[in-house]
Design a protein around this ligand. Sequence first.
Ligand code: BGC
Length: 464
Amino acid sequence: MKAFIKIFFITVVVFCSFKNNSLAISQKKMQWLSFPKDFKWCAATAAHQIEGNNKNSDWWLWENQSGTIKNGDNTEIAADHWNKLKEDIDLLGQLNLNTYRLSIEWAKIEPTQGQWDPEAVAHYQTEIRMLSDAGIAPLITLQHFTLPQWVAQNGGWNWNGIADAFAKYSEFVYTQIAPQVQDWITLNEPMVLVFAGYLEGIFPPGLKGKFPDIIAPITGMLKAHAAVYKKLHLLAEKSDQPIRIGFAHHLRKMYPANSLNPLDLLAAHYANEAWNWAFPNAIKTGRLIFSVPFTLSANIEIPDLKGTQDFFGLNYYSSDKIHYSFSDGFKRLDPKTELHEKNITDLGWTIDPKGFYDILKQTKNRFPDLSILITENGIADATDFKRIPFIHDHLIAILHAIDKGAKIEGYCHWSLIDNFEWAEGYTPRFGLFEVNYSTLERTPRPSATYLSKIAKDNGFIGKK
Ligand code: BGC
């Protein structure tokens, strides 16, 4: 009898929740959805991926070694953005964007230590001026995966002189190239870089290490970030022009591969803490803490680091299902083996806007004082069939998070134009504008028209 009552009770609860849910879904109507006033509409790029001829960088050496890049692609010309500044800034105008996230190449500005290249300096000064003339606010990334060769030869992120060298270069960029720019990003995706470069060996320096090997380069990055934060803020105080400094962090929603398996549940928990939060927490508290049983452990105080972020730069692309076994350790399930083709990108990444919403909520709860800037979100989709729904669904996730109290100040789509996708070469197509690599012609994809209308109206008709 007891069992019968229990089953009856569960059935009623499930039925009611299903009914409520289906009601909720059917009640969703198309409606006008607007974004907060002064919302930043933005596209993002990185210099090495589009400019071409970055010959003093570590990536240049790396990509010219055989077997490092798919199809043997390299960035000799890339999308030739270096020679197409005016044309590409016009594209931003066509998209009605008010913000552009670009990066400046350290290897071009300072090809040998302490020597500043006048041609590169003049080039970036022109770029910043052209953006201001077009009414587009630059959001500058100081380091987007690449390093000058002389830094790499000294040990890259493991070199104990890197914080000082990076701060000198950043001071030069700020004072000589962009003193009027308000928003700055020191580093792009530190966790991606250390995993790919120091653990998996697919980015320079190409080290195939063990988990503890990421601690030294991460510490180097945190020290470099802190040094730049301090230096640029001091300079800005003297100039009376306020600036804001953050970094762009790659966050992923982590699910257990099997939610009934306690090991998978724990694995997803630790992956979330280590991959997503250790770096931003370190900046909040001044202490780098990794605590993943049998895998990664650190507790390091970093001087001058505490409180050195003025906004939370968030890159979101995808989610992972994490499995743990004692024999193989942590494993990510391959989405291709279990998802329908419509739910994955050309790179085989899961499309998961719900995961984005969840990540935004976690960010808001963990960093309630910081406003969030989506510094990257996009999809590899050569046909452009999936990009419009992708943008729609991720913007809806942003609106839901705003309703729940997240302060989200803007959205940068990755990317403005097709680009060199690091180890994957030119095959993945992330651009709102397609690049024909034979003629270098740019052609808007339908998604470019879609986003440009949203940016113009600061809203769109959708189902929330
Ligand atoms: C990086 C970009 C990259 C994009 C798509 C981000 O991880 O910041 O450089 O092209 O994702 O993979």
